[in-house]
Design a binder for this molecule. Structure first.
Ligand code: HEM
Ligand SMILES: [Ca+2]
Ligand SMILES: [Ca+2]
Length: 297
């Protein structure tokens, strides 16, 4: 039921409004593009693309923001609030927060030099969220290739989609706690000078420097290019889950292909983003159009 023209008469300025807000946020901080892209992923992998990730915890409601994959990590909620305000000013009560996430993800990729695609819209917002579904549904950086493929497959995403979507790690940052075990313990699958350089800002002791950041793509963390795949073929994936995609298994050939053919990565990434955006949307009379993305109406 999603379509690109869902709001064409009810909110004709939607796409231009989101685009200018995203561009202004990224001009202040390039990393915000990565953070907005990741928010959309963390929404879609937990009960579908329904804006669930945006709901704040309250004394009587536990949402997803403090689930393990999100706590001290997911960011950009203030930017989504600003975009929602701008959209509400143009067309009050019409556009869902779930759709704002989907459009912001695309505009972020484009702003950082990546491919574009037509964003389907018409999603409605959930009245619920699930911390436990976020804990189990969003893959951990310790995941094996088979764990990754099985989670993606459960959502209708192929192993090619897995590799293409993981290419999102061509932008953004990770905390020491997400890659410590890899740089200290995985000597056989990590390039040694890369491990050494990452150790300088990520102490081996758990609890010290946990939130220190390193770029997921060591060369171009604010450009949406195919450099992530070039890193993987050199055993310079930062996360265990990244290097799993190129570790002698079934996805090696796809990684190798993307590392030498940026246009195939671009087109497969765009298609996979559309597929991810199709995961279990709320439509028709299900859900609601939230006034404030942080709470139900
Ligand atoms: C394949 C399974 C995936 C795993 C295990 C994974 C895991 C992670 C982890 C651990 C981080 C760093 C978080 C931190 O340390 O605070 C991260 C960051 C990020 N992830 Fe993923 N991710 C996966 C797939 C994806 C997908 C499909 C996308 C989007 C399409 C994505 C987009 C991002 C972005 C852009 C960042 C950087 C965010 C920022 O700088 O704020 N990831 N991911
Ligand atoms: Ca969701
Ligand atoms: Ca890059």
């Amino acid at each position: 039921q999603l379509s690109t023209n869902f709001y064409s008469s009810s909110c004709p300025k939607l796409f231009s409004t989101v685009k200018s807000s995203v561009q202004s946020a990224i001009s202040k901080e390039a990393r915000m593009g990565a953070s907005l892209l990741r928010l959309f992923f963390h929404d879609c992998f937990v009960n579908g693309c329904d804006g669930s990730v945006l709901l704040d915890d309250t004394s009587s409601f536990t949402g997803e923001k403090n689930a393990n994959p999100n706590r001290n990590s997911a960011r950009g909620f203030d930017v989504i609030d600003n975009i929602k305000s701008a959209v509400e000013a143009a067309c009050p009560g019409v556009v869902s927060c779930a759709d704002i996430l989907a459009i912001s993800a695309r505009d972020s990729v484009v702003s950082l030099g990546g491919p574009t695609w037509n964003v389907k819209v018409g999603r409605r917002d959930a009245k619920t969220a699930s911390q436990s579904a976020a804990n189990t549904g969003i893959p951990a950086p310790t995941s094996s290739l088979s764990q990754l493929t099985s989670r993606f497959s459960a959502l209708g995403l192929s192993s090619k989609d897995l590799v293409a979507l993981s290419g999102a790690h061509t932008i953004g940052q990770a905390r020491c706690t997400s890659f410590r075990a890899r740089i200290y313990n995985e000597t056989s699958t990590i390039e040694s000078s890369f491990a050494t350089s990452r150790k300088s800002n990520c102490p081996s002791t758990s609890g010290s420097g946990d939130n220190n950041l390193a770029p997921l793509d060591l060369q171009t963390p604010t450009s949406f290019d195919n450099n992530y795949f070039k890193n993987l073929v050199q055993n310079k994936g930062l996360l265990h889950s990244d290097q799993q995609l190129f570790n002698g298994g079934s996805t090696d050939s796809t990684v190798r292909g993307y590392s030498t053919n940026p246009s195939s990565f671009s087109s497969d990434f765009a298609s996979a983003m559309v597929k991810m955006g199709d995961i279990s949307p709320l439509t028709g009379s299900n859900g609601e159009i939230r006034k404030n993305c942080r709470k139900t109406n």
